[in-house]
Design a protein around this ligand. Sequence first.
Ligand SMILES: *[C@@H]1O[C@H](CO)[C@@H](O)[C@H](O)[C@H]1NC(C)=O
Length: 199
Amino acid sequence: MNTHAIITGTIAQLLVVAIYITTVSGYCSSPSPCASYPNQVPEYYWRDYVGIIPEDAVEGGTDESGAPTYVGQTYIREYGLLPAIVFRGCRTVNTTAQDKAVTSDTNIKILCGKYKTRFQWVPTRDEDLHLLTGRHFIVGGSEVGQALYIGRVNYDNRVIIGKFFMNPPLSKFGLAIPYQGKPVNVHSFEVLTYNVYYN
Ligand SMILES: *[C@@H]1O[C@H](CO)[C@@H](O)[C@H](O)[C@H]1NC(C)=O
């Protein structure tokens, strides 16, 4: 091996190390004090929705015929990132935004996870949300700068997936669901949590 080859090889190795340091080990100016255990990182994920329900999709509600519906999410520029209802066989999702029921056929994701039993729907009232401590609420999006969470309610013989805000004053709206083209707010509902501490 000649000197040139050795130097080139060394430079290549240094480059690999530098790339490793900057991308894999990373550099964080404000290290997080929480999530110190890998098993506290929730294993659920949002997959692109292309009109087909993936096997690992999370069932949430039912439609008027009793068929399952799924937890979705859509980004709508004027409103934000919104939890939404995915209906099997349907390319569009339904949700609410401000004081409207809206449908969307773009920027859609569907909530999925390998461990279905770790998803739990916990009954509560909006005024009691603060009592549900020690639980991981699944964030479904963001509207008016506030995180949105996912809930559902038994309503008119179906189970309708909706969204709610965790903290006052917005939490007083309770769960907002789209129902026959109109938004409806209910105050007693179930919230979607994920058991991150499960072993
Ligand atoms: C979805 O939303 C559209 C438009 O608001 C409405 O016409 C339709 O009935 C909704 N679908 C369901 C199953 O609620």
